[in-house]
Design a protein around this ligand. Structure first.
Ligand code: NAG
Ligand code: NAG
Ligand code: NAG
Ligand code: NAG
Ligand code: NAG
Ligand code: NAG
Ligand code: NAG
Length: 337
C-alpha cells in the first residue's frame, strides 16, 4: 500500500510542479447519443446532468444524434467528443473517416456506458474506446462493489476504495490493457452474480480506464486523450453526485491533453474562440488569443474548482493526506500562481 501511495503522490506532485498544469478554458464538448439498437432511457437524464453541471467546469456541451454532422469541419470545433450510450452502426463511412481524422489531429474522446457497444466492426473505434462491450449479467439490486485501482486519477480520487454502485457490470471482448489503457476501476466479481462465460478481458476486471494517447489515432497522427467508464445505466446514476464527480473528473482530465487549440495555437482541433483568431495566423494574436496563451500556462481560475471541494480537500488533507494530494496540490498551485 505505502509504496503505491508514495509513488502516486510523487507523480502527482511532480506533474503539478513541472507540467504546464494547463486547464482547457471554455472547452467545447460534443455529446453524440445516436443509437441504432438498444436505446437507454437515461440518455436525456444524462445530457441534462452534463449540461447543467458543465458551466461550473467551464465546459459547454453541445449535442447531436445526426450522423451527417460528422464532417471534418464540424468536429474540428470541439475539444472532445463524448459518445454516450451509442449502440449499433451509428456512423456511416464518411462519418467514420471524419472521426478518424479528428482523432489523428489530436481530438480527445470520452466514452460512457454503452459507447463500447457501437461500431463493432470499426477497429480504430474499438481501440479509441479501449475495448468492445461483450455482455452484462442482469442488473442486480444487491449492492455491487467497484474497486478503485488507481486513486490518483481525477476521475477516481473522490471515490471510496470500495464503491457501492447499482449499475450494470459490463464484460468486454478484449483486455483494454493490450492497447495501452490504464485501468482505474474494477468490478468486484464476488459482489454480484454472473453465470456467463467471460472472454479474456484481463485481471482485475476492467470497469473504467484512460489512455494518455488514444489508440484510435493512426500512427502518423497526433493522438489526444481518451477516457471510458462503463457505469451510467440508470437515471438514478445520473442524479448521483459521486457518479457525476467521477464522470466530470474523467472529462476534465481528458480535456487537458495538450493537443488542442487551448494548448497549442497551431493545433487543428478545439474550440477556436479560446485560442487564435481564425482569421489571423498563429503568430498574430487578438484580444481573445491573449487569454488563450495564458490558458496554455495557467492553472484554472480559483472559481473553476468547486469551493466545497477545496475546503473538503484541506480538511481531508489534514487527516487523510494520501487521499487528497491531488486536490490540495491544485489548490496550492492556484493560490500561488
Ligand atoms: C428516465 O428518465 C427519462 C427522461 O427523464 C424518462 O423518460 C424515463 O421514463 C426514466 N426511466 C425510468 C425507468 O424511470
Ligand atoms: C460486421 O461484421 C460481421 C462479421 O463479419 C457481419 O456479419 C456484420 O454484418 C457486420 N456489420 C456491419 C454493420 O457492417
Ligand atoms: C468483494 O466483494 C465481496 C462480497 O461482497 C466482499 O466480501 C469483499 O470484501 C470485496 N472485496 C473487495 C476487494 O472489494
Ligand atoms: C496517415 O496515414 C494514412 C494511411 O495509413 C493516410 O491516409 C493519411 O493521410 C496519413 N496522414 C498524415 C497526416 O500523413
Ligand atoms: C504534449 O504531451 C506529450 C506527451 O505527454 C509530450 O511529449 C509533448 O511534448 C507535449 N507537448 C507540449 C506542447 O507540451
Ligand atoms: C501543435 O500542433 C501542430 C498541428 O497539429 C503540431 O504539428 C505541433 O507539433 C504541435 N506543437 C506542439 C509543441 O506540440
Ligand atoms: C502572420 O503574423 C505575423 C505577425 O503579425 C505577420 O508578420 C505575418 O506576415 C503573418 N503571416 C501571414 C501568412 O499572414
Amino acid at each position: 500500500m505505502l509504496p503505491n501511495t508514495s509513488i502516486c503522490r510523487l507523480v502527482t506532485l511532480s506533474l503539478l510542479a513541472f507540467a504546464p498544469s494547463a486547464f482547457a478554458t471554455n472547452a467545447k464538448v460534443l455529446i453524440y447519443s445516436a443509437t441504432e439498437d438498444f436505446r437507454h432511457d437515461s440518455i436525456p437524464t444524462a445530457i441534462q446532468a452534463l449540461q447543467s453541471k458543465g458551466p461550473s467546469f467551464d465546459i459547454q456541451f453541445e449535442t447531436t444524434e445526426d450522423k451527417a454532422q460528422f464532417t471534418d469541419q464540424y468536429l474540428a470545433r470541439y475539444d472532445a467528443l463524448l459518445f454516450l450510450d451509442n449502440t449499433g452502426e451509428v456512423l456511416d463511412d464518411l462519418g467514420k473517416a471524419a472521426l478518424q481524422k479528428y482523432l489523428d489531429l489530436g481530438g480527445n474522446f470520452i466514452g460512457i456506458h454503452a459507447a463500447s457497444d457501437c461500431l463493432r466492426n470499426t477497429t480504430f473505434y474499438g481501440h479509441e474506446v479501449g475495448a468492445f462491450f461483450d455482455y452484462h449479467p442482469a442488473l442486480q439490486n444487491a449492492l455491487q462493489t467497484v474497486d478503485v485501482i488507481d486513486s490518483c486519477h481525477p476521475s477516481t480520487s473522490m471515490l471510496p476504495a470500495q464503491w457501492h454502485v447499482q449499475d450494470e457490470m459490463y464484460n468486454f471482448k478484449s483486455d483494454p490493457r493490450t492497447i495501452g489503457a490504464t485501468i482505474i476501476l474494477s468490478a468486484n466479481e464476488s459482489s454480484y452474480i454472473d453465470t456467463g462465460t467471460r472472454l479474456n478481458q484481463g485481471t482485475p476486471h476492467p470497469t473504467a480506464w484512460f489512455q494518455e494517447r488514444g489508440a484510435g489515432a493512426e500512427s502518423n497522427g497526433t493522438a489526444g486523450r481518451s477516457f471510458y467508464t462503463s457505469l451510467g445505466h440508470l437515471n438514478e446514476t445520473w442524479q448521483d453526485e459521486l457518479f457525476l464527480a467521477h464522470v466530470f473528473g474523467g472529462i476534465t482530465w481528458t480535456l487537458q491533453s495538450n493537443t488542442t487549440l487551448a494548448f497549442n495555437t497551431s493545433a487543428e482541433v478545439g474550440n477556436p474562440s479560446v485560442s487564435v483568431d481564425p482569421t489571423s495566423n498563429s503568430s498574430s494574436t487578438t484580444g481573445t488569443s491573449t487569454s488563450s496563451s495564458s490558458a496554455v500556462i495557467s492553472v484554472p481560475p480559483i472559481d473553476v474548482l468547486p469551493l466545497k471541494f477545496m475546503v473538503l480537500s484541506i480538511i481531508a488533507a489534514t487527516f487523510f493526506p494520501w487521499l487528497s494530494s491531488f486536490y490540495l496540490g491544485r489548490f496550492v498551485l492556484t493560490a500561488y500562481f
